[in-house]
Design a protein around this ligand. Structure first.
Ligand SMILES: [Zn+2]
Ligand SMILES: [Zn+2]
Length: 415
């Protein structure tokens, strides 16, 4: 069980120099806890008028939640089906939230992201009730939202209260649990990218927060064979690990501790599919497949004992062509300069041994593949409805949609 008090204390006066604060006041994970939701909210000072956001499925699996809210005056927003968190949906929720004192989001990623952003903008208390261990954003500070066809990570707020009923988590569809595993396994790439960027650009890095992510990811990795089982104990373990990486993001107020270039690749695919009017597969499923593709490249880099580096040569016409309608966003992100402009080739050559050491600090692509297979994850782009063309396009062009250095982007500077 996560001891919030202990955790906050552990991160006080951190050597990295940042004050690690946490907005989360209460985490309640337990078997059959759904009937206590109202009580938990009251205990955490939620006032009478409550907005409940869910979809039909997440509300029906959370049996008893409405009964537990007796005494509250509940406004309900129940979607028939919702897969994309959009900026326009945030507007809808904000309108409803104006007349309420607080908000509870029942579900996972999509619903939670909409609630997180709405609650942040109106500065209202937020409770997230989790219905599946499918992704790691529960404790996070950020909300990735689709605006037009572009996916942007906005800063929002982490919830005051997080509740999960392990009975519901255990009964979640295996596909969603495997997606949670895929999302977690991506942290290995994230850890590499964060450290490499810090070595090369001096970007802020906190060893302690990185270790929190590493420990949580290792814990899940070791549970691969229990991921899809209908078993409350493993569901609890997975959920807590997912929470911890979200807490890491909240501590640093960036997504660095929990997402690297594999998340950007997944976003690229998602945006491209949106342009075609298609909704893509679950977040964690895509992130898992992206992780394997990226780790393959990192392995290849690791195998080079020494390297020669040069300035990055970018054919912007070609890049922008590949972004099509999204090109204005990409121009904005790379103006007046692009992230590699200030990086000297010499520093990459000098730090190469260190970079190889960083790559070797996580499991190999082969090990990750094996773990993902065991955990029932999708492991190929075909399984997540991505064509070979889109897969390759994503690999080549995704780094330009985020102003952030990854080892993958850096590899453009290596002979
Ligand atoms: Zn720190
Ligand atoms: Zn994720």
């Amino acid at each position: 069980m996560i001891d919030l008090k202990e955790l906050k204390k552990e991160f006080e006066n951190c050597k990295c120099g940042m004050t690690h604060t946490l907005n989360i006041k209460d985490i309640c994970v337990g078997s059959g806890i759904t009937s206590e939701v109202g009580e938990i909210l009251r205990k955490n000072n939620f006032q009478k008028r409550l907005l409940l956001v869910a979809d039909k499925t997440t509300l029906s699996v959370s049996e008893g939640i409405l009964d537990s809210l007796k005494g509250f005056s509940v406004t309900k927003k129940i979607y028939p089906f919702i897969r994309e968190a959009t900026v326009s949906e945030v507007q809808v929720i904000k309108e409803l939230l104006k007349d309420c004192d607080g908000i509870i989001g029942v579900g996972t990623g999509t619903i939670h992201d909409i609630c997180r952003k709405s609650a942040a903008e109106l500065d209202k208390p937020l409770c997230l009730f989790a219905t599946a261990p499918s992704m790691d954003g529960f404790a996070s500070y950020n909300a990735p939202l689709v605006d037009g066809n572009f996916k942007i990570t906005y800063s929002a707020k982490s919830p005051e209260v997080i509740i999960a009923d392990t009975k519901i988590l255990a009964k979640a569809p295996p596909e969603l649990k495997s997606a949670g595993f895929g999302d977690m396994i991506g942290k290995y790439v994230g850890l590499i990218d964060w450290q490499v960027s810090s070595e090369i650009t001096g970007e802020y890095y906190c060893e302690k927060v990185a270790n929190l992510t590493r420990k949580a990811t290792d814990r899940i990795f070791a549970l691969a064979d229990r991921i899809t089982k209908d078993d409350e104990e493993s569901a609890t373990e997975v959920f807590e690990a997912l929470l911890l990486t979200g807490i890491g993001m909240s501590f640093t107020k960036t997504s660095r501790p929990a997402s690297g270039t594999e998340h950007i690749l997944s976003h690229f695919w998602e945006c491209k599919k949106l342009l075609e009017g298609e909704i893509s597969d679950f977040h964690g499923k895509k992130v898992g497949v992206a992780t394997l593709l990226i780790m393959k490249e990192y392995q290849r880099l690791y195998n080079k004992k020494s390297i020669k580096a040069h300035k990055e040569i970018i054919d912007w016409d070609d890049v922008l062509n590949n972004y099509g309608e999204l090109k204005d966003e990409v121009i904005k992100l790379n103006t007046p300069d692009t992230i590699t402009d200030d990086i000297s080739p010499e520093i990459i050559e000098q730090k190469w041994d260190r970079i190889r050491e960083i790559i070797s600090s996580v499991p190999t692509e082969k090990e990750i593949f094996k773990g993902m297979k065991t955990a029932g994850c999708a492991t190929s782009y075909e399984e997540i409805g991505i064509s070979e063309k889109l897969m390759k396009q994503g690999l080549k062009y995704h780094p330009y949609m985020r102003r952030r250095l990854s080892l993958y982007r850096l590899s453009n500077m290596i002979d």
